[in-house]
Design a protein around this ligand. Structure first.
Ligand code: FES
Length: 179
């Protein structure tokens, strides 16, 4: 399988998050508004997952300030947004590398090469699960079933791009394609 080149999202400078001047961009806030508009009046909290994803897309991860900003926009308690952010592993509560590689190690994948794929990636990148390579390029994460067991072993790039049948050769190709 030939992989197209994968480009990491643009990330702001880290000092974007420091001090009291934290704010999401106007473009992201407008997207929040469009998500809220999908739900009936008074049900704006239903947009919490989408808004958290948009905030993460802008910043690269979800610092407490971003979670509070989402909660503030939706008019819900910060803890309600935090509960969602901590429940789903697509939300990153600490900085990750430019490429987050989530390897499924649930049983069907594990029995079909998932465990080996994870070990291969650990060895190749020189990191364990929940660790980032020293150059900040890759973060390796252990994931749950992604509903693509028939394509095992499966991994997900940056929470979006699903890659199946990840033999060592395919993993090598994928890593090379990460620009
Ligand atoms: S067990 Fe890996 S995708 Fe289902």
């Amino acid at each position: 399988m030939t992989q197209a080149a994968i480009h990491a999202p643009e990330r702001p400078e880290q000092d974007f998050l420091s001090g009291e001047g934290f704010c999401l961009s106007e473009a992201t806030l407008q997207k929040f508004g469009r998500e809220v508009a999908k739900y009936p009046e008074g049900r704006q909290r239903s947009a919490v997952m989408a808004c958290l994803a948009l905030a993460q897309e802008e910043i690269g991860w979800l610092p407490p300030e971003a979670i509070e900003a989402v909660a503030g926009f939706l008019g819900i308690p910060p803890v309600a947004a935090l509960e969602v952010a901590t429940f789903y592993n697509m939300y990153d509560l600490k900085p990750v590398g430019r490429y987050k590689l989530t390897v499924c190690t649930n049983l069907p994948c594990a029995l079909s090469g998932g465990a080996h794929a994870a070990e291969y990636l650990k060895e190749k990148l020189g990191v364990g699960f929940n660790e980032t390579t020293p150059d900040g390029k890759f973060t390796l994460v252990e994931g749950e079933c992604m509903g693509a067991c028939g394509d095992a072993p499966v991994l997900l790039v940056n929470n979006r791009r699903m890659c199946g049948r990840m033999t060592p050769e395919e993993i090598d190709r994928l890593l090379e394609d990460c620009a």
